[in-house]
Design a protein around this ligand. Structure first.
Ligand code: NAD
Ligand code: DAU
Length: 335
């Protein structure tokens, strides 16, 4: 197999990053250092149970140039998940999005340039803007960038920095843009965990607007298997779109959650819509499938969702500390 390497995983105490660390421990011999600021979205308990001989946590900021320099120097590969990740927060206060997503990426790029390290950049389908509901088109690697929110515009900007550092400085980077993830350890501010934990609390799911907006759902383990494949076999300088043909509108997802949790399908509230709310995302992942041979393993959204509901039922101690403060912010916005 591949030789052992030392991997620096930024944002590895968050949702996707922590699931990635678990995936790497299971599928490689690599050693992992997690660099994570432990913001409201990061939680060291998320890494509990992983072998301490192979996983180390450093609490710190990706925008801290000195810290990043030393860490990058001592690793072979940098996988950059750390970001401010929630659109609704970016509408309330964009400033940490600019600092973490743009300045943080810049500092990592300068360090991987200095030490000639391999870099993989985690991004989102939101950089492409949105599609009409009746448009048969899906996003591909050549779709023009057209982000809508402070969150997605800072992600788009960070992608463009990576591409420029590849072209101008020969940085050995790959990029991936994935659709909406679901699965264990997702923060209760996000759509699916918010609704599951509302129902567990005897509260009702909250649907923005009419709920016709479409998201292209993928299980977090399928995303992470694709990321590892790109790190091992992707072509330097290239972008890969990651998606599992999981388009669903929000109303259907809320109704499915209610049904799976034994509630009437109409037991939810319509709340204020998100400002500038993107209508539809859809990924064409042909390139990843044909060039790198990746296929999603969680092709049944309903059973993946049922497992996720069970995970939140069984892990209340993990999400409970975040729930009240998250709901207070939404209440203040009429959401
Ligand atoms: P998350 O909010 O759950 O986790 C983000 C992590 O980054 C947290 O542990 C947080 O403490 C850490 N962090 C934040 N600012 C930091 C800083 N300045 N320095 C170091 N660490 C910092 O986010 P997520 O949903 O796991 O998303 C991870 C990445 O995947 C992001 O880059 C996001 O844009 C991208 N992405 C997410 C999705 C999705 O559906 N959630 C889809 C596609 C791409
Ligand atoms: O597409 C990838 C993106 O997916 C990632 O880049 C982001 O980091 C991630 O947060 C996610 O962004 P979204 O804005 O699509 O996800 P969110 O979970 O916030 O919302 C999903 C949809 O559900 C969206 O149309 C808004 C809607 N929504 C959300 C919440 C929290 C509701 O209807 N009710 C809610 O309570």
């Amino acid at each position: 197999d591949e030789p052992m390497s030392r991997m620096l995983v930024t944002g590895g105490a968050g949702f996707i990053g922590s699931n990635f660390v678990r995936h790497v421990v299971e599928h490689t011999d690599d050693e992992v250092t997690v660099l994570d600021k432990l913001t409201y979205a990061g939680d060291p308990r998320t890494l509990e149970g992983l072998p301490q001989s192979r996983v180390h946590l450093v609490q710190g900021d990706v925008a801290d140039a000195g810290l990043v320099d030393g860490l990058v120097a001592g690793h072979d590969v940098v996988v950059h998940f750390a970001a401010e990740s929630h659109n609704d927060n970016s509408l309330r206060d964009p400033s940490p999005f600019v600092r973490t997503n743009l300045i943080g990426t810049y500092e990592l790029l300068e360090a991987v340039r200095r030490y000639e390290k391999r870099y993989h950049h985690i991004s989102t389908d939101e950089v492409y803007g949105d599609l009409e509901l009746d448009d048969p088109a899906r996003f591909t690697e050549s779709t023009p960038y057209n982000p809508s929110s402070p969150y997605s515009s800072t992600k788009a900007g960070s992608d463009l920095l990576v591409r420029a550092w590849v072209r101008s400085f020969g940085v050995q980077a790959t990029l991936s843009n994935c659709s909406n993830n679901y699965g264990p350890f997702q923060h209760v501010e996000k759509f699916i965990p918010r609704q599951i934990t509302n129902v567990l609390d005897g509260d009702r799911p909250k649907l923005y607007g009419a709920g016709q907006n479409v998201r292209d759902w993928i299980h977090v383990d399928d995303h992470n298997a694709a990321v590892l494949r790109i790190i091992e076999r992707g072509s330097i300088g290239e972008t890969y779109l990651i998606g599992a043909d999981g388009e669903q509108n929000n109303k259907d997802v809320v109704e499915l959650i209610l049904e799976l949790m034994g509630q009437p399908r109409d037991a939810y509230d319509h709340v204020n819509d998100r400002a500038g709310h993107d209508l539809r995302y859809a990924i064409d992942s042909t390139r990843l499938r044909t060039e790198l041979g990746w296929e999603p393993r969680f092709s049944d959204f309903c059973s993946g969702l049922a497992d996720t509901i069970e995970w939140y039922r069984a892990n209340e101690a993990w999400w409970r500390p975040q729930k009240a403060a998250t709901e207070a912010k939404y209440r203040a916005a009429g959401q």
